[in-house]
Structure formats: structure tokens, C-alpha cells
Design a binder for this molecule. Sequence first.
Ligand SMILES: [Zn+2]
Length: 62
Amino acid sequence: MKIVCPTCQKTIDDAPADFEPRPFCSAQCKLVDLGNWLNEGYRFSEPIDELDDGSGERQKPN
Ligand SMILES: [Zn+2]
């Protein structure tokens, strides 16, 4: 089974049918994609200025 990872575009030509992180190449890429998806959803609900400052702090909604 051939897999092309949506996150990093890595190709796996001989992945088993029960390949766990499918369609991703690894669990890490799966998490990255999920994180991107969550960030996209968050962005639609309210603007984010504080999320990327690296402090890990988030402004609490009123
Ligand atoms: Zn990948």
C-alpha cells in the first residue's frame, strides 16, 4: 500500500494495510496535521495575537 503523507509529502511505497498513522507517515505528522486543523478552527472563532509568542500563555476569553 502506497502512502503519501499529507503533512510532509513523504512517500511510503510498502506500508502495511494496518499502518497505524495512515494516511500520515508517522504519528508525529498526524499530530502536526491535527494541530494545524485545530489552529485553523481557532482562527475562525477569534483573532490570535498571543498564541505565537512562545510563552505558552493564552488570553482568556471574557
Ligand atoms: Zn509525514
